[in-house]
Design a protein around this ligand. Structure first.
Ligand code: NAP
Length: 326
């Protein structure tokens, strides 16, 4: 029997062709909702599901009685009902590692762009406002030699910290679920409780995953603890931040600026004041969005689903317990 896969986004022709050599593939290039009737019909026969950027509710699994695995084309997996998948023995595979360096580049881009006001001042030139030598109104803040506070010191957090410590001579503080002794030796990083990190850091950079514990980790209290000169960078997930509190902290001058790749609601609502604030650099969730990395992520997801549907262990598995149940 040829196994069936439902694919729903971020796959290019070569990867679809690769899957089609071994499986029957139903491809939904522009799927906005899991309520789509054709999608649900295909899911009813599917053994594998592959795609990204779509919330998969636990109830959808009832419509997928043969499902063996979901391969998400992302490292974050907050869109998936992991517990329910594990209970049903459905594997969840993700794409760590291949996007770490690119996402860290984006994180550092936000650090640099906010500190040196690169986007705002490029607009100033474009508008023709550069009429005389620049002065204090256009000055930014140094990045090198400052204190970088990493909230989350996993793969991406460590890669940003490495850039800061080794490339920009920054002092690195970190707050993380577990200690990271190897990074403490390699980068001179020091672990802090979150409150102490917020009070000491010039740059606070968030790279924790979105979980029930990290949802709204940053609210009015946390922004109030930060230095008025501090720059806040979020490259993880929008819901880690209570956005109205961030907006209020920026407006009141409780913090100096923010560099944001992710938002509570994506795409960002046109009503949001954030992209209109001079001290905010807002990017459209492009952390891993380079040609090379998106290709590597899609290939990793394809490799994961191929392995599982052939009875083998995938390269990157989120719910180990589901594998043990097989
Ligand atoms: P990772 O290696 O799993 O790192 C996450 C780190 O957060 C781990 O070190 C973990 O601690 C720590 N952590 C988890 N919960 C915590 C908590 N409640 N308090 C403090 N620390 C906590 O993941 P990654 O590959 O670096 O990716 C991190 C996140 O970045 C992803 O989940 C995703 O949401 C986001 N991301 C965004 C983009 C983008 O386009 N903007 C791209 C890629 C990823 P332990 O080490 O103790 O487990």
């Amino acid at each position: 029997m040829t196994k069936r896969i439902v694919a729903f986004s971020r796959l290019k022709q070569p990867q679809l062709d690769q899957l089609r050599q071994e499986f029957h593939v139903d491809y939904f290039e522009h799927l906005d909702s899991t309520e789509d009737a054709t999608f649900r019909e295909a899911l009813g026969k599917a053994h594998g599901l592959i795609g990204s950027s779509l919330k998969i509710p636990a109830s959808l699994l009832d419509a997928a009685p043969h499902l063996e695995a979901i391969a998400t084309i992302s490292v974050g997996y907050d869109n998936y009902p992991v517990e329910e998948m594990t209970r049903r023995g459905i594997l969840l595979c993700n794409t760590p590692d291949v996007l770490t360096e690119t996402t860290a580049d984006t994180g550092f881009l936000l650090i640099m762009a906010t500190a040196r006001r690169a986007i705002e001042l490029a607009e100033f030139v474009k508008r023709g406002d550069w009429q005389a030598g620049i002065g204090e109104p256009q000055f930014g803040s140094d990045v090198h030699g400052k204190t970088l506070g990493m909230v989350g010191m996993g793969r991406i957090g460590a890669a940003i910290a490495r850039r800061g410590a080794l490339g920009f001579d920054m002092k690195v503080l970190y707050s993380n679920a577990s200690p990271k002794p190897a990074l403490e030796s390699a980068l001179g990083a020091e672990r802090r409780e979150l409150d102490a990190l917020l009070a000491e850091s010039d740059f606070v950079c968030v790279t924790v995953p979105l979980t029930p514990e990290t949802e709204h980790l940053f609210g009015a209290r946390e922004f109030a603890l930060m230095k008025p000169s501090a720059i806040f960078v979020n490259i993880s997930r929008g819901k880690v931040v209570d956005e109205p509190s961030l907006i209020a902290a920026l407006e009141k001058g409780e913090i100096h600026a923010a560099g944001l790749d992710v938002f509570e609601q994506e795409p960002l609502s046109p009503e949001s004041p954030l992209p209109h604030m001079a001290n905010v650099v807002a990017l459209p969730h492009i952390g891993s969005a380079t040609h090379e990395t998106r290709l590597a992520m899609a290939q990793r997801a394809v490799d994961n689903i191929r392995l599982v549907l052939k009875g083998k262990r995938p390269i990157s598995l989120v719910n180990e317990a589901a594998w043990s149940r097989k």
